[in-house]
Design a binder for this molecule. Structure first.
Ligand code: HEM
Length: 136
């Protein structure tokens, strides 16, 4: 396993351990950064919010998101746009919120190398989502 992948796994593990309410922290920060997103999600229960975060963590943990998850991202972003009215700019904000939240929730293991690995991974995910949005 690459050093970067080890750092990514350690960060998410640490954040989940040190912040037992990690999902709620992420949504709270997301809604604060983007009140429109809170409105779109106001009808969504904890179970579905949890499913969404589970998928986001899965993508975050994947070291080949661009290569292996393209079709999934096209499917998901299409549903999000057509059924849930999610705007393209909301994905980038969620990515920024993930970085900021992990910085605090995984402060115990944070370092410049972790910052670089997490930023790079989130950039790869945001880029893959942007590409998926052009394939609708
Ligand atoms: C990588 C980014 C994202 C992924 C992988 C993702 C994935 C998911 C998944 C798996 C669900 C649950 C669907 C189900 O099983 O019923 C969901 C629901 C939802 N997501 Fe996302 N999501 C992402 C980003 C966003 C963003 C940026 C928003 C903006 C507000 C958003 C809004 C919603 C809403 C409103 C629902 C609830 C749909 C409903 O049941 O009415 N998602 N998402």
């Amino acid at each position: 396993m690459s050093v970067e992948q080890e750092l990514i796994e350690r960060v998410l593990g640490c954040a989940a351990e040190d912040d037992p309410e990690l999902n709620e922290t992420i949504y709270k920060n997301f809604y604060q950064a983007m009140p429109d997103a809170e409105q779109l999600m106001s009808h969504v229960d904890e179970g579905v919010r949890g499913k969404m975060m589970a998928e986001i963590y899965r993508l975050f943990l994947s070291d080949s998101v661009a290569a292996s998850d393209g079709d999934y991202l096209v499917f998901e972003t299409k549903t999000h746009a057509n059924s849930y009215f999610v705007r393209p700019d909301m994905y980038g904000v969620l990515g920024d919120v993930l970085l900021q939240t992990l910085r605090l929730s995984a402060a115990r293991v944070w370092s410049p190398a972790v910052e670089a690995a997490v930023s790079q991974r989130l950039n790869a995910l945001t880029t893959a989502i942007a590409r998926a949005l052009t394939r609708h």
